[in-house]
Design a protein around this ligand. Structure first.
Ligand SMILES: Nc1ncnc2c1ncn2[C@@H]1O[C@H](COP(=O)(O)OP(=O)(O)OP(=O)(O)O)[C@@H](O)[C@H]1O
Ligand SMILES: [Mg+2]
Length: 350
């Protein structure tokens, strides 16, 4: 039997720990008769499970007959991709041709007799969505890993206008905190500030332990110990499970978690932590370095050590928290929250 765990990113894992609360918040909100939100942004650190959660939500909507789901990449002309996707769907195509919507001028479909071709993509989308709205269809656009590029900027600008016209267009995006932050600071896109953001929470340690227990056949206390070692970090859950499975199927006796630590650290480091570390801006790196060296620290100790003002410190603290690198649940304290990050990152600090 192949390893049920995976070291790959971005594809739905066979062993999936559900995120019921955050997932149903989005689904219920979009499906409500009078939706209070048409847009959500999922954010979290690399490996926290954004793509998997997005895919999971998309699948729910794909099963609904009145929902049309379009998955677009931020690397293409998003508006055009949406119009082309809608226009080419067999099930709704006649709605558009009956309404004499001719997009041949935009390179989409063929010309229609007695129709005036549309040359403006935002007009095209407005007309397509108006027809869909009459038939109670709703359209969900999913964009994984948004970045601040022209495609995303142009799209979000037009999206805002279509939404004001009360067209049934829903948007679900994922992105690293830093990318979302740059995007919403764009002058014309400040409405993104108001978009609800979901910061991915750690997976339930109870569910992780249960899953290890049943798949790896380990006893309760080993399962708990392993769950603890993942700190609920989605990628770590896969890595640890993967390594354990590998070990037991090699018919070597696994001497418990201690046997796996070297490989665990190496995998986390190679696949994610190096990237996370080297992408950190200077001051954030200094704060993280202090936490690597000292463990949990008081806000005030860090502020003094780096000669930061109160307001500077609170900005950096907030950024690191939103990025998903630190835990601030203990009042006045900062602590690293990725498993084994301290043990691994200490090699990068000079
Ligand atoms: N709910 C979950 N249960 C179990 N494993 C999960 C879950 N979510 C994600 N994973 C696993 O965690 C890893 C990272 O997931 P994913 O690719 O979704 O992360 P991401 O946040 O999109 O990362 P990146 O920022 O690099 O794109 C994958 O190996 C995936 O299988
Ligand atoms: Mg991803």
């Amino acid at each position: 039997m192949p390893n049920p765990f995976t070291l790959s990113f971005g594809i739905e894992p066979r062993e999936y720990i559900s995120r019921t609360q955050q997932t149903s918040e989005i689904i219920n909100s979009f499906m409500s008769e009078t939706p209070s939100n048409y847009m959500y942004m999922l954010s979290g650190i690399r490996g926290s499970g954004k793509t998997v959660m997005l895919t999971n939500i998309i699948e729910t909507f794909e099963k609904e007959k009145d929902w049309i789901v379009i998955n677009v990449s931020p690397d293409v002309d998003i508006l055009n991709a949406i119009a082309a996707n809608l226009y080419s769907r067999k099930s709704i195509h006649t709605l558009f041709t009956n309404a004499k919507i001719d997009l041949s001028g935009l390179g989409i479909g063929i010309s229609i007799e007695n129709a005036t071709p549309i040359f403006d993509i935002s007009v095209a989308l407005e007309e397509l969505l108006t027809e869909l709205k009459k038939k109670h269809y709703k359209v969900l656009i999913a964009i994984d890993e948004i970045v601040n590029n022209n495609n995303v900027k142009v799209f979000t600008g037009i999206y805002q206008i279509l939404l004001r016209k009360k067209l049934p267009l829903f948007l679900l995006m994922t992105g690293l905190y830093e990318n979302i932050n740059v995007l919403q600071n764009e002058k014309t896109l400040t409405f993104l500030y108001r978009a609800p953001k979901i910061y991915l929470e750690p997976l339930s340690s109870f569910s992780i332990a249960q899953s290890y227990k049943s798949i790896l056949n380990v006893d309760e206390s080993t399962a708990k110990e392993m769950a603890k070692l993942t700190s609920g970090y989605a990628y770590a859950y896969q890595v640890l499970g993967y390594l354990y499975w590998d070990k037991i199927t090699e018919k070597k006796k696994c001497g418990g978690v201690d046997d796996l630590i070297i490989d665990y650290d190496r995998t986390l480091s190679e696949y994610v932590y190096e990237k996370i570390w080297f992408e950190l801006p200077d001051t954030e790196k200094k704060i993280v370095s202090l936490l690597v060296e000292n463990g949990e620290m008081k806000n005030k100790e860090i502020r003094d050590a780096l000669s930061l003002s109160d307001s500077q410190m609170s900005v950096y603290r907030d950024r690191l928290k939103r990025k998903g690198l630190i835990d601030v649940s203990r009042y006045g304290y900062l602590a690293l929250n990725l498993p084994r990050f301290d043990a691994i990152a200490k090699f990068w600090i000079d």
